[in-house]
Design a protein around this ligand. Structure first.
Ligand SMILES: NC(=O)C1=CN([C@@H]2O[C@H](COP(=O)(O)OP(=O)(O)OC[C@H]3O[C@@H](n4cnc5c(N)ncnc54)[C@H](OP(=O)(O)O)[C@@H]3O)[C@@H](O)[C@H]2O)[C@@H](O)CC1
Ligand SMILES: Nc1ncnc2c1ncn2[C@@H]1O[C@H](COP(=O)(O)OP(=O)(O)O)[C@@H](O)[C@H]1O
Ligand SMILES: [K+]
Length: 491
């Protein structure tokens, strides 16, 4: 799994890696530049012929120079815009400057015209993770002009101005894409920076995961490559009892659809037996909507331990009998999944939090999270509060949104790479609840259940939206769950 390394450790990571590999820092920069160019040709349908590269004084600028050389060798018309005298720039910047082919036209920033058209490619190599103060002066002037300019904009490693692990102060380059080296920098995952980072792609520069991990701080980026090994297998001789008996509890007048979505999602995720407990008057809707679901009765609820997992809260409302919730938490001793009103009720009755079984999985969106933890100032604060909450209550916290984070009681934090904006549609969180409950009921340890559910949910969303775009609805995500398994080769 890709470790996310804090910016202030990246230079020691580089120097240790270079030493162990027996390569030079220039070699590593060359790898970075060619990984960047490969991504460029892979991700852009057409790479423009006119390329403008802005190189700052450090190694981010050095990358820009190497990219200028490689693109020029591939026939592109490259203009390079620089800010400082060579002798004031990093060592590898200077080496790469010497290697520039004569075809690359070099401009000083104050000699350059800044007239672009829609099809020009603008590459930002002004600052990378070495930024150490807000952008001012000539750099600010240039970034302001670039943010107004036409053209396709790509940031090298991180948009110039964004600090690698904290919040932007002042101005930054607004990229359409960020090609980030080896692992996404933490700040790229903050919603506050969405308008700067654009589409994030990771450019592999060959530093192995186990090596990165030594420099990490227990933060990881979850990708499809991590998923296969987390799955349990289905067996030729199995029967429905082998794949978990789960119970979903929720629904209220007008909101029973939430349980319906969660139940269907649990079935599509592989649960053998899905039970649902909804208010008496709403049972028929559920039964018609999903004939595969068994409606639980109060007697079954008395013997809660027969269920391998519970998912509590979708569409429940705030009006439920709180003593029922309390007795449920007291009687069920295995980890369970809590979402939506199940969480809001915990916020309204904080004494109940103490009853939540250890290892349970809580899946708030950011509003529900704030109700539980109090006001959050920004995403970094939210991530810290998530760590505090998970540790204090010994639960896994799935904080939903773009790059959903999964925080463990031991402080590890995983960021999901799948999913897209078309999943911002009513009921998609209920689908996730059903999926987590399903994996938990199939016998996955809580962390694996959360990782698998979050990743597949996002991938199912991507697949569902391929042809539907903004017309994607939660039911489409459910129907694409099997395709998500198929895509990752999980039988
Ligand atoms: N393993 C990897 O990840 C690899 C990383 N690589 C690349 O290296 C990049 C990091 O390079 P880096 O450390 O040289 O820092 P970088 O971002 O170029 O900036 C530092 C320069 O900017 C200056 N400066 C800073 N803030 C400023 C401000 N506000 N306003 C004005 N000046 C400011 C600062 O000067 P000073 O503070 O001394 O004034 C210094 O000169 C990384 O993002 C990636 O692209 C690849 O090449 C290889 C593999
Ligand atoms: N822009 C986005 N990118 C990725 N995933 C998203 C995005 N917007 C929403 N999602 C996902 O969709 C789900 C929405 O959940 P939630 O807010 O609880 O919705 P609801 O309450 O309507 O079911 C979450 O899993 C979230 O991660
Ligand atoms: K940059």
């Amino acid at each position: 799994m890709l470790s996310i390394i804090p910016g202030n450790k990246i230079s020691s990571l580089d120097s240790t890696y270079i030493k162990e590999e027996g390569i030079s820092s220039w070699d590593l920069m060359e790898r970075a530049a060619s990984a960047f160019c490969n991504l460029l040709f892979e991700k852009l349908l057409m790479v423009p012929d006119d390329v403008f590269i802005f190189s700052g004084p450090g190694n981010n600028g050095g990358d820009g120079l190497a990219i200028a050389r490689l693109l020029s060798l591939r026939g592109k018309k490259v203009s390079l815009i620089v800010f400082e005298q060579n002798q004031n720039c990093s060592k590898d910047y200077q080496i790469n400057f010497e290697k520039l082919p004569s075809q690359v036209q070099v401009f000083r920033w104050d000699e350059f015209g800044f007239a672009f058209n829609d099809h020009d490619l603008i590459i930002d190599g002004i600052f990378g993770v070495g930024i150490n103060r807000p952008v001012e002066g000539k750099y600010r002037e240039v970034i302001e002009k670039l943010n107004e300019a036409k053209g396709i904009k790509i940031a090298i490693d991180i948009p110039s101005g964004i600090p690698s692990d904290s919040l932007l102060i002042g101005i930054a380059f607004k990229a359409d894409y960020t090609f980030t080296f080896q692992f996404p920098k933490l700040a790229l995952l903050f919603p506050e920076h969405a308008e700067y980072s654009g589409v994030i792609e990771v450019a592999d520069i060959g530093i192995p995961d186990h090596f990165l991990e030594q420099f990490g701080e227990n933060r990881y980026f979850l990708t499809g490559d991590d998923l296969k090994s987390l799955h349990l297998t289905f067996n030729r001789f199995s029967h429905k009892g082998d794949y978990g008996k789960v119970l979903l509890i929720g629904g209220s007048k007008g909101k029973v659809g939430a349980v319906l979505l969660a139940s269907k999602a649990a079935l599509r995720t592989g649960s053998g037996l899905v039970f649902a407990l909804v208010p008496e008057d709403e049972r028929l809707i559920l039964q018609i909507g999903a004939p595969e679901v068994i409606l639980a009765n109060q007697d079954e609820i008395k013997g809660l331990q027969i269920f391998d997992a519970l998912g509590v809260g979708p569409g429940w409302g705030q009006e439920i009998d709180i003593s029922f919730y309390e007795s449920l938490l007291k009687r069920y001793h295995k980890p369970l999944v809590i979402d939506a009103d199940g969480l809001n009720l915990l916020s309204a009755h904080p004494r109940l939090i103490e009853l939540v079984p250890n290892g349970s999985i809580l899946t708030p969106h950011i509003k529900e999270f704030e109700r539980m933890t109090g006001k959050v100032d920004h995403h970094l604060d939210r991530l810290q509060k998530a760590r505090d909450f998970s540790e204090k209550h010994n639960v896994y916290l799935v904080l939903k949104g773009q790059f959903t984070s999964i925080t463990c009681p031991d402080g590890r934090q995983f960021f999901n790479s799948s999913g897209n904006q078309y999943m911002a549609t009513a009921g998609s969180g209920d689908v996730l609840t059903g999926m987590v409950t399903s994996f938990l009921g199939q016998g996955y340890p809580p962390l694996n259940a959360a990782l698998c559910a979050v990743y597949h949910h996002g991938l199912a969303g991507e697949l569902a939206s391929e042809t539907r775009l903004r017309g994607t609805i939660a039911g489409d995500i459910i129907e694409s769950i099997p395709a998500s398994f198929l895509k990752l080769g999980i039988a």
